[in-house]
Design a protein around this ligand. Sequence first.
Ligand code: NAD
Length: 495
Amino acid sequence: MLEQGKIDALRAQPVPAFSHLIDGRHVAASNGATMDIISPIDGKVLTTAARGTAADMEAAIAAARAAFEDRRWAGQPPSARKKVLMKWADLIEANALELAVLGVRDNGTEIGMAIKAEPASAAATIRYYAEALDKIYGEIAPTQSDVLGLIHKEPVGVVGAIIPWNFPMMIGAWKLGPALAMGNSVILKPAETASLSLMRMADLALEAGLPPGVLNAVTGEGAVVGEAMGLSMDLDVLVFTGSGGTGRRLMEYSARSNMKRVYLELGGKSPNIVFADAPNLAEAAKVTAAGIFRNAGQVCVAGSRLLVEASIHDEFVAAVTRAAEAMRVGDPLKTDTQIGAVNSEAQLTQNLKFVETAQAEGGQIVTGGTRILQDSGGCYMAPTIVTDVTPEATLAQKEVFGPVLGVTSFRTDDDAVRIANATVYGLAGGVWTSNLGRAHRMVRDVRTGVMHVNTYGGADGTVPLGGVGQSGNGVDKSLHAIEKYINLKTAWIRL
Ligand code: NAD
């Protein structure tokens, strides 16, 4: 149960300046540079963080490499590694409110969502992989009888993790959990506009007993420290969540440097398909609104395209509009806020531009479309619904990553599938129907990494999340994520 008084007390505390975590020590940028951290709640400077240099990133990678080579972590018995990771999860949980409030002050997510999606989910993820780490074995191949073919599962080495701003702790843990559980060393590169909570979470790992150098974290601009990470000749794996444009660059960096493995979790334009035979249209409307507007639409799997059967179009759009207008937008540190701040001025400007383009292309705004609560100094946008969006329109093709829902109607199942698949993305989708056969056909035919049936969002850590097409490659979450962080090595032994 969230207590407003405790949240208010935490938000009143000044936030100290943040520096890098390299080889177990907090260090400033090599040239002393810092960057202002602006809170999207009120537009004020919250604190500063180190504005990292390429040399800082190289130092962090060198520390991670040294930690990996001397086996100070990978060489510990699995039971010891498990104990450290379990303790880390406990510490994250023990500091959950403090971490969540710090994160919200930095990135603007409403606290009700942040407390669950961020520290609680991060702790659960770390614990999940800690529990798994001594249950993953090598294999013995069925070879001819005079040889023994052993397949070892080895840590890959040094992992770089570039994290976005929407859920830094949760997405950070999706990478850190399996990478550290398998014995790798890691360098984190949090996003410019949401680094604080993840940096604090990294500190807690050291407190839990993770040896220095095994987890390092460098703040700063993507184009500087992120690029230095991508171009490193000494990084073995690069894992990333963020935009397609950056993902493309990371693949280029890899090709131009040491051909490190690159795993990308990118954006989406996820179709939420509502048939007239949905079991409960009123419920579907509420979940549809939450599925695009929570965290101001800054959710990778957000159902940003509503495909609705023509016969119920007007009725259903009216219901989603009512649900959207009933959602309370505002100060993300108030416990009753349902839609917090947009992450930054730049993001808000971009969202509004998308709305302008949608109108120019024939879209009709049913609700929202504007910046609100300007007096606060923060970045707030009314939940926005645009109808008459053609499948070719910009709003149907490009990810906004904001509280903007585009509506397109369809007449047949084939129509729905064709429209759903008519983007370069393939991250998530949903279908609402009482017809079992239709539900399974949609799950089969809509090209995505995850399909929801008669719900939207809310999957837990036991199931994989990953995209197809230009939504990325590889998966986070579940035991399948571990494959990114191990090498298979064959030992062929003559008997
Ligand atoms: P972004 O690509 O701009 O930034 C993500 C990270 O990449 C940040 O840490 C940034 O500093 C870094 N970066 C930027 N330029 C870089 C460069 N040249 N080299 C190396 N690193 C660089 O994306 P964003 O705006 O922070 O995040 C929003 C995007 O992330 C959306 O498109 C969203 O859909 C996607 N996303 C995807 C998932 C998923 O699981 N698939 C989850 C959350 C967000």
